[in-house]
Structures are given as C-alpha cells and as structure tokens.
Design a protein around this ligand. Sequence first.
Ligand code: ATP
Ligand code: MG
Length: 571
Amino acid sequence: MSEINSSPENKSSEKNIPSHFIRQIISDDNLSGKWEKRVHTRFPPEPNGYLHIGHAKSICLNFGMAAENNGLCNLRFDDSNPAKEDIEYVESIEEDVRWLGFDWDNRMYYASDYFDQLYEYAEQLVRMGKAYVCELSSEEVRKYRGSLTQSGINSPYRCRTIEENLDLFRRMKAGEFPDGSKTLRAKIDMTSPNINMRDPAIYRIKHVSHHQTGDKWCIYPMYDFTHCVSDSIERITHSICTLEFEDHRPLYDWFLDELNAYHPQQIEFARLNLTYTMMSKRKLLELVNLGIVSGWDDPRMPTICGLRRRGYTPEAIRQFAEMIGVSKKESMVDIGVLEYCIREDLNKRANRAMAVINPLKVIIENYDDSIDDELDATNNPENLEAGTRKIKFSKEIYIERDDFMENPPKKFYRLAPGREVRLRYAYFISCKDVIKDENGEITALICNYDPASRGGSSPDGRKVQGTIHWVSATHSEKIETRLYNQLFTKEDLSNIEEGKDYKDYLNPESMQLVNIYAEPMLKNAKAGDRFQFERLGYFCVDSKDSSENKPVYNRIVGLRDSWAKIQRKAE
Ligand code: ATP
Ligand code: MG
C-alpha cells in the first residue's frame, strides 16, 4: 500500500466508454442479457457509525451504476448486530446519502425486515442436515477452527440429529438459553483452506432489543448469512462490495446454492484509502467518544457530515469519486486529489472577498480621509454574472504581515521600504517608513498612494511586481475563523508500527483559531455560504457555531494546489 496514487485512473472521460472494470462487467451483462438488462444495486451500510468519504465512493458507485443504466439502487441497512447499532446512525446515513445527491425512492430496507425469512432459511438448512447447534464456547470455537496453515477440527456437536438440532434451535429462538451458550453453525468443511468455510456461525443468542424489531428476537443472524440472503431477497443483480469480502464469496455461494435461492453476482473492488485520513468507523467513533474531536461532524473529520460542515459540496465529492476510479488493486489516494476537486468546483461558484488573517497596519500619508471612496470589486472573475460590489477605502488599512519585508531577498515582489505594490481593486502604494515599538517589532507602515492608479490600473505604464489584498481598518469587521490542517501527521494510517497507536499521530496543530479582519459584507453571510478569500483559500460559514450577524468561518482548503504541482512534475 506504499504507492500513492496521485493520478486519476479514468483519464478517458469519453461518453459510452466504460472507464472501469465494473462499468465493463455491467455493460457486458447488458449485452449478453444475463440479467435481462436489469441493473439493481444497493448500498448496504451497517448503522453503527456515520458515513465517511470511503462510503461516499461506494455510494457513488452503486447509485451511479444504477443511474447510468436506468436501473435501481436500494438503501439497505445491514442491521444484524443490534448491540452496536443506533437509530441516530440510520438517520444520519439517510441524510448523507440524500445530500450526496442520490435517491432510493421507496426502496429503503432493513436486513431486519427479513428476519422471519432468514429464520426460515436457517431452519431449512437444519432440516437439510446442513446446520447444527453447537455448544462450544467462543474460545473453543477459535481453537477448533485451526489457522491458515492448520486445518480445523470438527465440533463434538456436529453430528447431532436433525430432530435434536431443530428442537434446540427453536428453543434458542424461544429464549431458553443464555447469551453465548449456543450457536447455530453451517455444516460445511472444517478442513477447507478458506477459514470462512469452516462451519461458520449462522445465528447467535443475544438478549438485546433491536432498534427496528424491539424485543421480538433474542437470536440474531450473523452478518455473512444476513448479507447474502438480503441481496438475494432484493433480487440484486450486481452485489458490489470491497475486496475483503472476496474470501466470503464462496460462503455466500454455498448459502444461496444450498437454499436454491436467487443468486446475485458479487463484484469486489478496492476500498478507498486516503493519505493522512483515518477511515475506520470504530476509530472515528473513538475520536468522538474521547472528545479528541467535537463530534462526528467536526470539520476535521473525514465523515460526510464533517466534510459538509467544513464546506465541501456534493458535486466535489462526486467528482472525486469519478476521478479516483475503481480498481481491484489496493492503493492510497493523495488527499490533494480531494482538495483539488473542491477548489475546481468553488473556483466557479464561490464569490471572492477580502480578509486579512495576520494584520499589519498601513497608514497612507497622502490620502485624504474626508472623501468617501468606494471601489468596484469583481465578485467572481470566473463567472462575470456574479457581478461586482463596492468596497470602501480609507487612510488606514490592514495588509498581511507576510506581505511586507523590511530586508527582502531579491525575489520578494511584495511590499518593502521604497517599493511599490498594487492593492487589489484599489491603488498603487509605496512604502516610505516603518514604525516600530520599543522591542523593535513593526507596528505600522507609512505609505503613499498614487491617486491616478485608482482601480489598480497603471497610470503611466509603469509596472508593479505584486498585487496584495487588504481591508479598510475603519470599515472591516473582526470575525472568528478556524484554519484547519490534517488531523493526523502520518501519511499511511492503515499501517501503524508495532507498539504504536494511531492516536500517537494526532496533529496538535490541526486547528488554529484566528480573528480575521474582513470586508463588512462577510458579517452578514448565512450558514453554509462559501467564499474565496483572495489569496487565502476557500471558506464556509459554520452551520453550528454561527448566529445571526455573528458568523464563524471554517477554512475549507487553501488556494495552493499542491496536487496540480505534483501532477506537472510527474508529466
Ligand atoms: P464496518 O467495519 O463497521 O463494517 P465499514 O466501513 O465496512 O465498517 P459498512 O457500513 O459495512 O462499514 O459499509 C457500507 C458499505 O461501504 C460497504 O459496502 C463497504 O464495503 C463500503 N465501504 C466501507 N468503507 C469503504 C472504503 N474505504 N472505500 C470504499 N467503500 C467502502
Ligand atoms: Mg462492513
């Protein structure tokens, strides 16, 4: 997994050319008439956590393949493990899938809808002599199972009669036995090289309520049995899942063949791994529970609700899913690809604005502050329909501290003593003097402006090297803003060294709180509004911590496109 994939797999975006192997399989099936041209997929989350960007890949693939082929895609909750599941997760998943732009019409199902049918199928296996009630403890089961190099040993309960098994299984269902005392197991082959085939459990006893079925059941079907039977009941054609289920496919085949049930085709693809990004639901839950992040929707989280709150758009995420492609080979995608997609999307959609993060005061000595000077600024040079706005100029302005150097190197093209720069949409200014406090810290600059350069155009053809952003010190508003960095400092979190924990790689600088000085109109923005702050990046008004006329901004992404640079270098 060491190879980082920075180049999109589907370079060909020509219409009608399948650009990944799953598109190809579906198009071949449509040609051969294998499913009578039916394409019916499903997205099958377990409601035990919030969805993340990896799930988004699967959602876009399943709903996308169905849509491209005039097919259907179900939303199905694989809810066979009530102890870890919660209705809160069900609701968040619905919201996230819808927000991504997909619709399941009235086809929202729960695997628990099929518990009666699953039970029937299990009894059928018992009656066929293909399943038995086992009383080994979980520890004993592990011991009997063997290993990759050692074959397993038959359970002493394996040769029970059908009548005995049926009686015990029914009594399991009736609640006669405590948790963990018995399981129903498929009778397959304890010597199979595939450990999944060594008499896997089909049902376990769990005296817990279920968020959908309440107290109706005290036995619950195992995931592997539930999943393939649910796909079969829903008459799924292409059962798309991640690579780790390849080894489970023979078991799914066994169940469906033995039960003589409808049999979808399973297709495995490599899950999404992203640099610097934790993709395990269990660990994301831990980050929430330990208070390391403020919740599932903390804008640093790779969850869909976290990305949404940060300011990501569904269009950018769908574009990302298309760009990274689908393959059978495990790889690691550069987080820069995701950032590239949101920049591309917002470049056309987000209006520009000016704000200063780290202010340095500039006093314009020859400016007469008694005039009311309003300048025209373009809202979006990429979309002229977005129009223009007025911004006030004044004698005292703020610029970024970084945009001034007292002793600049040759290639520094911004402000320095004796040098001239353009203030965006305003005037040329040149630096006359530097004011310092008793510690030698620069507190302000004294500058002159050229009235003839109004609007930022050169009056006489003379050139300035740099253009910098600014805000009026008198008119600007101070606004709370959060700058984000990766939550982790380690590139490949799927590969943690012995003796280390993923939490050892938390980035202590993942969030920086600042007060920016901003154009006044930024104070009136509403939750979810997005802007490009010139030269600083894309920002979004936080949906949780903002109130009327008191927005809090999240930086979605900076402007520097590191990924595009990597691309250019590679070419
Ligand atoms: P769990 O360990 O809880 O099963 P999971 O991430 O597999 O975690 P599911 O709810 O089972 O969560 O996932 C729903 C669907 O999303 C599955 O079909 C799964 O294969 C797919 N999926 C999960 N993670 C990724 C990923 N990183 N990339 C692509 N698809 C993924
Ligand atoms: Mg899973």
